[in-house]
Design a protein around this ligand. Structure first.
Ligand code: SF4
Length: 270
């Protein structure tokens, strides 16, 4: 990887986002993730390198293929210019900026510089993380963010390795660190039928979150959708989710009421 700390590799910037934390937000998508979840909606965020893909464009009613680079190196100043464009909306909606990806902590040195710049301008910062980062790094950065969106995928070790590439042990240790430090965090659970929605896993996750010190007590269920399938083909990645259905509304409502038993406020969607 082209390792830089004065620039960050970003693959998207989403404005007026209302699903990545409170209020109206700008979401910055960091390129590169140590995991490779089968259901990832942003496969273009997994490789920590710039990539070139072909996209189809219409011109005079005809389709043309155009080469497009995915991933751009930005300095803190360049990103702050983008982030500050919407500052008035953050102030009126109690919003801010969310760092997502990919896994933003893979570029933690640059991320901390960017977060410091946001904080110095009074902009609320939220980190959307898989939690898969060394516990030493995690401990050293947690006080820099106002809020975390923290993913729990499955507590079944075999499934965690099969579907993400790694065990969940580091993720769970970092989650405990967050709770012990009294930080604000929202739990996010992707709902993937046949993979993590069985009773044993749901019961284990309920037990886990009930034991955590978490003032926020908010949980988001993120339904799997197959919309990203085309991106896998474009990025030359194998799409392994054929045959996995999107969760039905009834299934989501069932899980919502299950998790509400823990005292968490549960939302379907981000
Ligand atoms: S942790 Fe998130 S960004 Fe990384 S591969 Fe999994 S779903 Fe994608």
């Amino acid at each position: 990887m082209n390792h830089q700390t004065d620039k960050g590799l970003i693959f998207d910037i989403k404005r007026f986002s209302v699903n990545d934390g409170p209020g109206i937000r700008t979401t910055i998508f960091f390129k590169g993730c140590p995991l490779s979840c089968w259901w990832c909606h942003n496969p273009e965020g997994i490789s920590p390198e710039t990539e070139e893909v072909f996209v189809t464009e219409k011109l005079d009613g005809k389709d043309f293929l155009r080469k497009k680079q995915v991933g751009t190196w930005f300095s803190v100043d360049e990103l702050m210019k983008e982030i500050e464009k919407e500052q008035v909306f953050y102030e009126t909606s109690a919003g801010g900026v969310t760092f997502s990806g990919g896994e933003p902590l893979l570029q933690y040195e640059f991320l901390l510089k960017l977060t410091d710049a946001c904080t110095s301008k009074g902009i609320h910062t939220c980190l959307d993380t898989s939690g898969y980062v060394s516990p030493e790094i995690f401990k050293s950065v947690i006080n820099s963010f106002d809020l975390f969106l923290y993913d729990i995928k499955t507590l079944d070790n075999e499934k965690h390795i099969k579907y993400t590439g790694f065990l969940a042990d580091i993720i769970l240790a970092n989650l405990q660190t967050l709770a012990d430090a009294g930080k604000q965090f929202i739990i996010r659970i992707p709902v993937i039928p046949g993979i993590n929605d069985h009773e044993e896993n749901i019961t284990a996750v309920k037990d886990l979150i009930s034991r955590l010190n978490n003032e926020t007590k908010e949980l988001h269920l993120l339904p799997y959708h197959a919309i990203a399938k085309g991106k896998y083909l474009r990025f030359g990645r194998e799409f392994k989710m054929s045959g996995v259905n999107e969760p039905s509304e009834n299934e989501l409502l069932r899980l919502k009421s299950e998790f509400e038993e823990t005292g968490y406020k549960v939302k379907i969607g981000g």
